[in-house]
Design a protein around this ligand. Sequence first.
Ligand SMILES: Nc1ncnc2c1ncn2[C@@H]1O[C@H](COP(=O)(O)OP(=O)(O)OP(=O)(O)O)[C@@H](O)[C@H]1O
Ligand SMILES: N[C@@H](CCO)C(=O)O
Length: 324
Amino acid sequence: MLNSQVLVKVPASTANLGPGFDTLGMALSLYAWIQMEAVDGETVIELYGDGLNGIPTNKSNLIYKVAQMVFEEAGVHIPEIRIAMYSDIPLTRGLGSSASAIVGALVAANALAGGPLSEDKLFQMASALEGHPDNVGASLFGGIVVSAWDGIRAEKVRIVPHENLEVLVAIPSFQLSTEKARHALPAKLDMKDAVYNVASSSLLVAAFASGNLELIPFAMRDKLHQPYRAPLVPGMSEILEQATNHGALGVALSGAGPTLLTLVDRGSDRKAELESFLLRTLEQHGIEAQTMWLAPALNGPELSVVHGDRSESFMERIKGEVKA
Ligand SMILES: Nc1ncnc2c1ncn2[C@@H]1O[C@H](COP(=O)(O)OP(=O)(O)OP(=O)(O)O)[C@@H](O)[C@H]1O
Ligand SMILES: N[C@@H](CCO)C(=O)O
């Protein structure tokens, strides 16, 4: 049975967490909202807030295209839809905006179609659409998600983040597309660097799973992608080398960048020192940035089916939840 109107709140995510390239992801307490309903007239796409500037509002929009894939897979015919979206997740900064859009669209369209596709099916579709499962897994399941994708099937294990983990991100004002940041990577790696990353990533997963936060600074180091991406983000090398001397538990490039992410112990008394170190270092390299204190998001998408009175506007519906 088709639902009439659905609203999905979906978390942002950080991928890699240093060594876990294309494999590790963590959902973050920063959100996008997508509302979807079938309409008799033409498709309408409404984007709210300043953050979505430049996103198309025609049928080339990612959310519309993903929704149509769901309807096709489900064998239902809903050619014209109304989509409304608001997002606090900055675009093309390494905070999983594209993964959140894909996951939000999959969950909303599936709910609109009455929920015919399983969560696993949505994960498989999301991994194929994004090309790697790290961000989409985190946005879909919440928490820390360890995933592997062989190009056909993705498998995952979800880890509940330690309750003391807090996240400080420094978000540069410039955009860096995943495509560009992937082009910076070498075609081949040294065996010793590969071994270094297998060791670090395995240890990091074990540290998260056992709640052993002391291992994070040692385990979060990477030689697979960050050294090659550092020239794209002025100040990054210095931040990766020194953030743990300024109170961070661990530090990494968030996803494909340019955002830098630090894990912080909630009880730390060095939060202000760390925040000013990140901003000062980027500024010394001519980079404007904003910091944001976030937490790991424990849950994936929150879905509500809107029954009855639909005169309330989209922004009225999500008002009170959006970032002040
Ligand atoms: N809400 C949206 N609607 C349509 N397209 C979107 C939306 N959000 C993101 N996108 C598309 O995704 C692109 C950004 O994807 P990209 O993978 O480069 O960065 P990211 O997802 O923000 O960061 P990362 O993958 O490194 O965490 C945008 O430029 C836009 O084309
Ligand atoms: N694992 C991906 C995340 C960005 O989409 C990368 O680092 O390129």
